[in-house]
Every structure is written in structure tokens, then in C-alpha cells.
Ligand binder design. Structure first.
Ligand code: SAM
Length: 185
């Protein structure tokens, strides 16, 4: 043990992104995927459309910065969520405050599917979800909601993730940018 908190293991923690609109959501959906990876999820799934632009961006990050992630697109979101074997968690400002429910969610070792929307989320998702969770009861963003939720789920231990197969690694610096190639160059 190195004294650092270990990453909690749930087997699968996947993020399901609903309602992606290629003409306006590319950047934010890519950010949802990047947050999913960086904050400890191991799957990113897009409902409906398959946007190669988003998928290529996350694949590129995985190649350079490492980590393994299940990537999938074009799924039927309702079918995916209702056949999920584990806990289905829908992030919505209308839900139960995160701080009230996170201990109960985190204490179960079952795989987790975390759902985030774009615009209006169909009523059925509120029914299918085992937990409708609010990260504060104000409207903000799927990116911030997901980051905060995963941070609480993993109790901050995502900061210790070693991304397998990384070609690049940052050397934290007070000023400037120091990036090391992991192959030593
Ligand atoms: N009216 C939406 C709602 O139900 O939360 C806000 C739409 S927001 C542009 C897009 C997504 O961000 C939502 O579907 C939800 O997943 C997430 N989101 C926004 N604010 C949130 C909050 N306070 N708590 C949890 N999730 C939030």
C-alpha cells in the first residue's frame, strides 16, 4: 500500500450519453467522453446517432494518453438502460441531491450505468433509473454533473489511475508544459 486511497472497483462503470445532436453537441459530447475516461469510467456509449468525429477524438486520446475503454454508439438508449445488469443512475437537476444518495450508490458493488442527457430527457428514463440524482438542483451541464458524480463515487481516488499503455505523461510543473514520452524519448 502506498497510503493513497485505492480506486473503488465496480467492474463496469459506463456512461450513456443521450440525445447527441451532431450539428451542435460535438464538443460537449466529446467532453462527456473525456470526463468519463479521466474520472474513472471504463465505458462510453452514445444513444441514437454514431458520430465518428466524437468517437475518433476519444480514440485518439486513448492512443496517446492510455487507458482502456469500451466505446459504443448507435444504441437504443431505453433498451440499453433497461437491460443493464447493475445500477442505472440518471443525472438530472430534478433528482435526489447527490450528497443524500451517494453513500447508498457507492456501497453497492454492482456495475453502474450513468446516464446524462442533452436537452429534454424522455420520462421513461426517470422510471427505468434506480437513482435519479441531482448535482445541486440548478441547471448546469452534463460535463460538470458527470465529473462531480464520478468524483464522489470514487471518493477522489480517480486521481491515482495509471492509464495503461500511455505514450505521453505530464510532469506536473509550476510553470510551462512538461510532457514526457513514456517510451523514454
Ligand atoms: N433540464 C435538464 C435536466 O433534466 O437536468 C437540464 C439539461 S442540461 C443542458 C443536460 C444534462 O445535463 C441533463 O440531462 C443532465 O444529465 C445534466 N445536468 C444538468 N444540470 C444538472 C444537475 N443540476 N444535476 C444533475 N445533472 C444535471
Amino acid at each position: 500500500m502506498n497510503g493513497l486511497p485505492q480506486l473503488r472497483v465496480y467492474g463496469k462503470v459506463y456512461v450513456l450519453r443521450l440525445g447527441h445532436r451532431p450539428e451542435r453537441d460535438r464538443r460537449i459530447t466529446t467532453h462527456v467522453a473525456l470526463v468519463a475516461r479521466a474520472f474513472g469510467a471504463n465505458g462510453f456509449v452514445m444513444e441514437g446517432t454514431c458520430d465518428d468525429h466524437v468517437m475518433r477524438s476519444i480514440e485518439k486520446v486513448l492512443r496517446s494518453w492510455g487507458g482502456k475503454m469500451h466505446l459504443e454508439c448507435g444504441v437504443d438508449g431505453l433498451r440499453y438502460a433497461s437491460s443493464w445488469e447493475g445500477d442505472v443512475i440518471h443525472l438530472t437537476m430534478y433528482g435526489v441531491p447527490l450528497e443524500k444518495i451517494i453513500d447508498s450508490i457507492a456501497s453497492s458493488p454492482r456495475p453502474k450505468l450513468v446516464i446524462v442527457g442533452a436537452e429534454k430527457v424522455r420520462r421513461e428514463y426517470y422510471e427505468i433509473a434506480h437513482y435519479n440524482v441531482a448535482v445541486g438542483n440548478q441547471p448546469h451541464s452534463e460535463v460538470s454533473a458527470l465529473a462531480l458524480f464520478l468524483d464522489r463515487l470514487f471518493r477522489g481516488s480517480w486521481t491515482n489511475i495509471m492509464f495503461e499503455g500511455a505514450k505521453l505523461k505530464i510532469i506536473p510543473s509550476e510553470k510551462g508544459k512538461r510532457v514526457m514520452r513514456v517510451d523514454g524519448r
